[in-house]
Design a protein around this ligand. Structure first.
Ligand code: HEM
Length: 461
């Protein structure tokens, strides 16, 4: 039976009743797509091939270091039962020019953003000029090798094994090191100090069953992340996913100053001051959603995600907050996110070391102005209608969801000249006087689009 990407039910990956094609799909799909792989420590190797056949051989030689999505899911199941650690993650992505280099035509891919490459999409995305990107992103990147694990040692050892396979004609044009950032309670956070990575589309039956909720259904069909691998031996059984990688530098000091300035402008005092930052992000630093609470709650781990924006015109969570812009859930038109199929599987990791404690209230002047940020990564079945749509049509558009909303305060790019009104207090329909938007504190330093092919394709090279 052909793999049903639009199935209205989550995939019971370990069911004895699974059909042969779906089994073959799981045995040939790379991990980290359907379910996040542990990647507390990460190395991303950006590779340039000087010679096509050598490049092909290198890609094929990585297969023994890789595992399938099924093997990964089995490792997760074992870990949950016995705490036995799994093996490191090795993922491989190939860019459009990478496919050309190894002698395969990218015309077989349907995604126009992928077929253009990120450099040529800079106007669509309001990105900085390519000349302003970090040097290694200005080069031709043919492939990416992602290595991840819970600990740095297995990453270092696996990285050595990958480098040992690199032919003399190829070079590593750049490397990114990801390192998980956690707050005092051990929750994963990003550099502005907010809990991150909580709201995800879930594809698998065991994951969906673990999330009880009535207001937000986290289940999304496989069609949100998988596409047939057009160059694999059997594209009806061999699947892959488009990966977007963007290095997003965060000016933490400037963001903290913006939070303080907004708290002053709204006259917030004492315990109410964190509301300013929450209005920008949509959650308090500890992950409490503004839609549900006006103060950080002691909600623990995982943080609440069972909410919709129904009945909240923006009095609780401003319509311009990052999480509401990037996922409007069902605030309008009966669920834009679901109707348009935008939700992508976010798999990013923070980069850059810190000596301060990102989650505390130390003065803004003690915070880094650069050198730290997010290696934004997400899997998409359509880069155009998922990642690019979110960035261009929602985040960078000051009129989404309505005129006067402003840019996404965290990731919006473009001139922020629209003035914005915020609720005067949590759950208040009284609005502040128009305020200048907070300045842009996230800078895109480079990136690329890749396709994560099936293992069957890599073996066939
Ligand atoms: C959620 C921060 C970049 C899309 C979040 C959350 C935080 C955050 C703190 C809340 C945690 C959660 O709900 O999972 C950041 C920072 C970024 C960044 C600091 C850059 C440095 C991006 C980009 C996109 C994006 C580039 C897409 C274009 C989303 C989405 C959610 C989210 C879709 C989930 C919203 C929901 O489902 O409620 N982000 N983010 N983020 N972010 Fe970002």
């Amino acid at each position: 039976m052909p793999v049903d990407l639009s199935n209205g039910k989550p995939l019971a990956w370990d069911s004895a009743k699974l059909d042969a094609d779906t089994k073959a799909m799981l045995d040939n799909l790379q991990p980290n797509i359907l379910q996040a792989h542990v990647r507390e420590s990460m190395s991303l190797l950006l590779v340039h091939f000087g010679d096509g056949p050598d490049g092909r051989r290198f890609l094929r030689s990585l297969v023994p270091l890789m595992k399938s999505a099924r093997k990964h899911l089995e490792e997760v199941r074992d870990f949950n039962r016995t705490k036995k650690s799994g093996t490191p993650y090795v993922g491989v992505g190939i860019s459009k020019i990478g496919y050309l280099k190894v002698g395969h035509s990218p015309t077989r891919f349907t995604d126009n953003a992928f077929k253009s490459g990120m450099k040529r999409r800079k106007d669509t995305l309001s990105d900085p000029a390519v000349g302003a990107w970090e040097k290694h992103y200005q080069e031709e990147i043919h492939a990416i090798v992602l290595i991840g694990d819970a600990r740095p040692e297995p990453v270092a050892a696996t990285r050595e094994r990958v480098l040992a396979l690199l032919p003399k004609t190829a070079k590593i044009v750049g490397e990114e090191k990801g390192e998980g950032l956690r707050d005092a309670q051990g929750r994963g956070i990003e550099h502005f100090g907010y809990v991150d990575g909580r709201s995800q589309p879930l594809f698998l039956a065991d994951q969906v069953a673990a999330e009880s909720g009535t207001n937000w259904n986290p289940f999304f069909p496989l069609s949100h992340v998988l596409v047939p691998d057009p160059l694999a031996p059997h594209p009806s059984r061999h699947f892959g996913s488009y990966l977007v990688l963007r290095k997003l530098e965060q000016n933490v000091r400037a963001f903290r100053e913006a939070e303080e300035a907004l708290a002053d402008a709204l006259g917030l005092k004492g315990d109410d001051r964190p509301l300013a930052g929450a209005m920008l992000v949509g959650r308090f630093r500890n992950g409490t959603p503004l839609r549900l609470h006006g103060k950080p709650s002691s909600e623990g781990h995982p943080v609440q995600n069972d909410f919709s924006y129904r009945d909240d015109p923006g009095a609780k969570c401003p319509v311009g907050a990052h999480i509401r812009k990037a996922n409007p859930r069902d605030s309008r038109d009966g669920g834009l996110e679901r109707a348009l199929g935008v939700m992508m599987a976010r798999r990013g990791q923070t980069y850059g070391g810190r000596t301060d404690r990102p989650w505390d209230d130390a003065p803004a002047t003690t915070r880094p102005t650069g050198g730290v940020g997010l290696l934004f990564m997400a899997f998409n079945s359509s880069l155009q209608s998922q990642f690019e749509f979110t960035q261009q049509t929602w985040a960078d558009n000051p009129d989404f969801p309505a005129g006067g909303t402003g840019h996404d305060p965290v990731i919006g790019q473009g001139k922020r000249d629209v003035k914005v009104r915020y609720p005067k207090a949590w759950d208040s329909t009284k609005l502040s006087a128009p305020q200048p938007q907070v300045p842009q504190t996230v800078t895109m330093k480079g990136g690329e689009y890749f396709f994560m092919p099936s293992l069957a394709y890599l073996k066939s090279l």
